[in-house]
Design a protein. Structure first.
Length: 320
């Protein structure tokens, strides 16, 4: 029996799901910043990924994906181990940057460097190529980042103290993780990748809490922000991102997701009452344009070679 959803054109489904994932990821920056204003960093990680587990595990059980875990090969388990450590570094540094930054919108703008690193790594390790349009997009994105981070006098300590240095390192680790996942995406289900990531981060946070003798008591408002943020981030965003790939190519999802920072901007203004300065805003808009141009160049290569999207595209960034 056909439902109304079945009658919706595939492209419309894909764009709608990608847009849903973009909204979800935008809220990660806002709700995590709000929670980090009230709780310790390791308390935040413990509850954020603890709540994420409470959303993800029932979903995997209901859908039957959990039964695929024991059937994974030894090489797949090794890949999960590598990705787990990469994502541990990427997510830990991302939230450290959000905590240190005055405005999560700036960190979201800087996160647009990730497609650049993915492209460069894809050329080096996956034998991919890029054209002049992509190169121009990379230059635009880097120019935007320079505008965002520009100050007349900035020491190395201030560079990391405001979160800028940490988000750059996070982008590098995240990009290596994406390329690694891409090389095995046919062997390891996205749901298992998501669960693997959350388990690594939750285990690390629990160990840190016990070692540092941190209190497990937190304010109710912080708990609400983390419960909502983890639902929108690690669970809903991840599900929507991978579902979108059933209907549209990843290049289109990358363009849609590049607008994430605009929603972070609005959310930070409404929920946190903060705005970036004019230079940061201009630089951020340039990074979005750079990602769009770079992705457009990638789509041009595919159209010329007539290669099916699933064979050449990058998987979407993993939700935090």
């Amino acid at each position: 029996m056909n439902t109304r959803f079945d009658r919706i054109p595939p492209t419309v489904k894909g764009i709608s799901l990608a847009f849903l994932a973009t909204l979800g990821m935008a809220n990660v920056f806002v709700f995590s910043k709000a929670a980090l204003l009230e709780v310790d960093y390791f308390q935040f990680q413990f509850y954020w990924f603890g709540f994420a587990l409470s959303w993800i595990i029932p979903f995997l059980v209901i859908t039957g994906m959990i039964k695929k875990i024991p059937k994974l090969s030894r090489s797949a388990n090794l890949t999960l181990l590598i990705i787990g450590f990469l994502e541990l570094a990427a997510a830990t540094l991302l939230f450290l940057a959000i905590q240190m930054a005055d405005n999560p919108t700036v960190i979201s703008f800087l996160w647009n460097l990730t497609p650049i690193f993915v492209t460069i790594l894809g050329i080096r390790f996956l034998g991919e190529r890029f054209n002049q349009v992509e190169a121009f997009g990379i230059i635009l994105t880097i120019a935007g980042v320079i505008l965002i981070t520009y100050t007349r006098e900035m020491t190395l300590r201030e560079f990391f103290g405001k979160g800028t240095g940490w988000i750059l390192l996070s982008s590098v680790f995240g990009s290596v993780s994406i390329v690694t996942a891409k090389s095995r995406i046919r062997d390891i289900h996205p749901g298992i990748l998501t669960l693997n990531r959350v388990i690594f981060l939750f285990a690390f946070a629990l160990a840190a809490m016990l070692f540092r003798h941190e209190s497990f008591v937190i304010p109710g408002r912080a708990a609400f922000n983390m419960a909502v943020g983890s639902l929108l981030g690690p669970f809903l965003t991840g599900f929507a991102q991978y579902s979108a790939l059933k209907y549209i190519e990843a290049s289109r999802t990358m363009i849609i997701q590049s607008t994430r920072s605009l929603f972070v901007l609005v959310g930070a203004m409404i929920y946190l009452s903060i705005l970036p300065d004019m230079l940061q805003l201009i630089g951020g808009l340039i990074t979005i344009l750079g990602v769009v141009v770079m992705t457009w160049g990638k789509m041009m290569i595919r159209q010329r070679k007539r290669i099916p999207p699933k064979k050449r595209d990058h998987p979407p960034e993993i939700a935090s």
